[in-house]
Design a protein around this ligand. Structure first.
Ligand SMILES: NC(=O)c1ccc[n+]([C@@H]2O[C@H](COP(=O)([O-])OP(=O)(O)OC[C@H]3O[C@@H](n4cnc5c(N)ncnc54)[C@H](O)[C@@H]3O)[C@@H](O)[C@H]2O)c1
Ligand SMILES: C[N+](C)(C)CC=O
Length: 505
């Protein structure tokens, strides 16, 4: 792969190792048994983080702290205005510390620094959006139930929310959950991914600086088992909001079943983009390249499944391959880099196994497949890869590869395109490319997905809800729906003035 655009290592890594500890009841703590773990930068393979490793004891202490903080009302009974004041302050502090937070996400995840900066700026906007919702949240009133009756529907915080997050957008995803939980009046226990704990720890520091009362937000670092499982099983946790793989999502539902707690899930995707022959092919090709290589394809919204009309399949594939060669892969610390390192050795092997299985099954690979050498860096980089001549039954066409790998399928009619698009267990997002608005609308109405992009890909706004159908999830984040996830509905019926007609004569 010599004709690709490669950004070699720039200046050597100077960042000190970050010391990450748990935040429990307002104090930073190591684990009682002294357990800890390390995180290496996937691009450099040097240790960048040393973190306390939580066990059952730390998790239960964090849950107890959140429980007490919720029950005594130090946050849940504040006015929306008071909560919003803290959330707005956090947003300001995130912007002040944007560079520090972005650097931690880049070092631990391997994502490009320019992209990380955009994510942190987007996260600050989420905190402001949630602050606005905290002040405008309302219930309902019913004065049509009879002359002496009034029905009032109250919105109340669910209680203690456990927030379990993945490694691919560490700071952005915790910011899709926590400000909305806090706006609703919930208290929280957070478990960031063991691969990317630091930016959540920094968020804890900013929350303290912004004046959040002790115990309202608690952070436990460590692995899914026991930290995440303890949160799911605890009778003192009222809700779990999880973002991650569909497999772990199912385990979370099982672990939460014993206490029948509310569960909100943002899971994987195998997102189709259907390309009709009347679209602007250059525009579509550029968005397809963005959709598949953004975050090295390690993105729930990766537009990794192209379904293109057979009349334009060859032309589109040529354009995509040509553009792919221009995408800058390399040193995540260089602001010119668009695609950085793969998160782990095990994940790299998984990506490669999908590509090799497709090759063995007769697929063609006009570009890529395999490791990319980046001069000066010893970490793992996967080259831009385009796979054609595949059928919808192949794993590469149905399963989440979570790497910079594009699968190209073809169709003859709109019926076939919709059938192929829906032929997956996932239903997160989908796209359609056509100049004909009726074609776009017909597709948008029949595709099984939580989000549909027409003539664009992966635009996101704090105001718009996001989430999946089928095995891509339960519930929604962002928009006003993102707040509703953390609310319970209570119905209060009041008789006013007159005495009730006696039941007993
Ligand atoms: N739909 C979305 O919004 C969205 C966003 C980002 C990522 N994702 C999905 O996340 C996946 C990649 O992230 P990942 O590899 O970190 O996911 P993962 O499911 O392996 O882990 C996610 C989190 O769950 C924890 N965990 C693991 N096992 C657990 C258990 N048994 N109980 C409780 N917690 C447990 C992990 O420690 C981590 O914090 C992909 O499938 C991707 O599509 C979805
Ligand atoms: C929606 N987003 C981009 C934050 C996460 C997808 O993995």
């Amino acid at each position: 792969m010599t004709d690709l655009t490669i950004i070699p290592a720039g200046k050597s890594l100077q960042e000190p190792v970050f010391e990450a500890r748990h935040l429990i009841n307002g104090t930073w703590q190591t684990s009682a048994d002294g357990a800890s773990f390390e995180r290496q930068s996937p691009a450099h393979l040097v240790t960048v983080t040393h973190a306390a490793k939580g066990g059952v004891a730390e998790t239960e202490a964090a849950i107890a702290s959140a429980r007490t903080a919720f029950d005594d009302g130090r946050w849940s009974r504040l006015s929306g205005k008071s909560r919003a004041t803290v959330l707005l302050k956090v947003a300001d502090l995130i912007e002040r510390d944007l560079e520090r937070i972005a650097m931690r996400d880049t070092l631990e995840s391997g994502k490009p620094i320019a992209q990380a900066r955009d994510e942190i700026a987007g996260a600050a906007d989420l905190w402001r959006h949630a602050a606005a919702l905290a002040r405008t949240l309302t219930g309902d009133s019913h004065n049509t139930l009879g002359d002496d009756m009034l029905g009032v529907v109250l919105k109340e915080p669910v209680g203690v929310a456990a927030l379990i997050t993945p490694w691919n957008f560490p700071f952005l995803i915790v910011s899709q959950k926590l400000p909305y939980a806090l706006a609703a009046g919930c208290t929280a226990v957070i478990k960031p991914s063991e691969m990317t704990p630091s930016s959540t720890v920094i968020l804890g520091e900013l929350l303290i600086e912004a004046g959040i009362p002790d115990g309202v937000v608690n952070i436990v670092l460590g692995y899914g088992d026991p930290v995440g499982t303890t949160m799911c099983e605890s009778e003192h946790v009222d809700m779990v909001s999880f973002t991650g793989s569909t497999g772990v999502g199912k385990a979370i539902v099982r672990a939460s079943a014993g206490t029948l707690k509310k569960v909100s899930l943002e899971l994987g995707g195998k997102n189709p983009q259907v390309v009709f022959p009347d679209c602007d092919l250059d525009d579509a090709a550029d968005a397809i390249v963005f959709g598949v290589y953004f975050n090295a394809g390690e993105c729930c919204n990766s537009g990794s499944r192209i379904i293109v009309h057979e009349d334009v399949a060859e032309a589109l594939t040529e354009k995509v391959v040509a553009l792919s060669r221009k995408v800058a892969f390399g040193d995540p610390l260089d602001p010119k880099t668009k695609v950085g390192a793969i998160i782990s050795e095990a994940h790299f092997a998984k990506i490669d196994s999908y590509v090799e299985a497709a090759r063995e099954a007769g697929a063609e690979i006009p570009l890529g497949g395999g490791a990319l050498e980046i001069p000066g860096l010893s970490g793992r980089f996967y080259g831009p890869t385009v796979v054609t001549n595949i059928s919808s039954g192949m794993a590469i066409a149905r399963e989440e590869v979570f790497g910079p790998v594009l699968s190209v399928l073809t169709f003859k009619s709109i019926e076939e395109a919709i059938e192929l698009a829906n032929d997956a267990s996932y239903g997160l997002s989908a796209g359609v490319w056509s100049r004909d608005v009726s074609t776009c609308l017909a597709f948008a109405r029949r595709v099984q997905a939580g989000t549909v992009w027409t003539n664009t890909w992966m635009d996101g706004y704090s105001e718009l809800p996001f989430g999946g159908v089928k095995q891509s999830g339960l519930g929604r984040e962002l928009g006003r729906y993102g707040l509703e996830e953390y609310l319970e509905v209570k119905t209060v019926t009041m008789r006013i003035g007159r005495t009730r007609a006696p039941w007993v004569e």
